[in-house]
Design a protein around this ligand. Structure first.
Ligand SMILES: N[C@H](CCC[C@H](N)C(=O)O)C(=O)O
Length: 261
């Protein structure tokens, strides 16, 4: 057994265990260990865990694991939190503007007084069905608009869609969205790999804002209310989808500690 340092961060209530793994001592293949560390009763607790690792050219590499312990697709709020962590740990050359590698490619980020603006991947393959949209913003997202997100059983209805034949075998994240004004939306999300509603889902907020643009194409900047706070999304339409997609909001250090593994 050995003791390791960990850091707890949260981005609008989407919370993460972060480990500086530039020495490659932590085994990212240990599903049960990561699941244990994310457990809110027997471990540290978190929606996910991230390893900060070295990169030959960029400032660092981000590896993301859902709380089920499995390495996962891109996490937008996790990307914002590991960016803040990297600045706080003096890992990045210039805190105002830097880049890191993640599972879906290179991400550019800026940091200013606790606020991280994260460039997301371009989104070009959007399915527009009668009562939902589906797209991959770094993670897969099903988005549906309803009148009142406070009036939906997110876990029950989200789980049904997540495990439906439509998305077998990998599943999807599920977002319920309402318009609060022309360019302001409210989003609640059922997250794959957490298998519960989370206080926010960054890639889900991006998918929801893009879906809102499809309904109100005069807007390319959306303010988004989530259970855990406020985010902003901007995007630039291209011929088939969107480039220059940015997710902006707070990323906050909560505590640090040591744990025996
Ligand atoms: N649960 C997601 C990954 C994390 C997404 C979310 N935490 C975010 O901020 O984007 C999935 O397995 O597709």
């Amino acid at each position: 057994m050995s003791m390791i340092d960990f850091y707890k961060y949260q981005g609008t209530g989407n919370d993460f265990v972060i480990i500086d793994n530039r020495n490659n001592q932590f085994n990212g293949d240990d599903v049960s260990l990561i699941n244990h560390l994310c457990d809110r009763h027997f471990g540290i607790g978190g929606d996910g865990l991230m390893l900060l690792e070295s990169h030959p050219e960029l400032d660092f590499t981000m590896r993301y694991f859902n709380s089920d312990g499995r390495e996962a697709s891109m996490c937008g709020n996790g990307g914002r939190c590991i960016a803040a962590f990297a600045v706080h740990m003096n890992v990045v050359k210039s805190p105002e503007s830097f880049s890191f590698m993640a599972v879906d490619g290179e991400h550019h980020a800026t940091y200013n007084d606790g606020i991280v603006n994260l460039k997301m991947i371009s989104v070009n393959d959007i399915k527009k069905a009668d009562n939902y949209t589906f797209m991959n913003t770094g993670s897969p997202h099903h988005v549906c608009f309803i009148n009142d997100v406070d009036d939906v059983n997110v876990v029950q209805e989200g789980k049904e869609i997540r495990y439906s034949e439509l998305y077998a075998p990998d599943g999807t994240n599920v977002n319920f969205v309402q318009f609060d004004s022309e360019n302001q939306i409210k989003v609640r999300t059922y997250e794959r790999g957490v298998e519960d509603e989370t206080f926010a889902c960054g890639t889900g907020v991006v998918a929801s804002a893009i879906s809102a643009h499809l309904l109100k194409p005069e807007y390319t900047h959306f303010k988004v209310d989530v259970l855990g706070g406020k985010l902003e999304v901007t995007m630039k339409p291209n011929e088939i989808g969107f480039d220059d997609v940015w997710l902006k909001g707070p990323a906050t250090f909560v505590f640090k500690g040591k744990i025996e593994i």
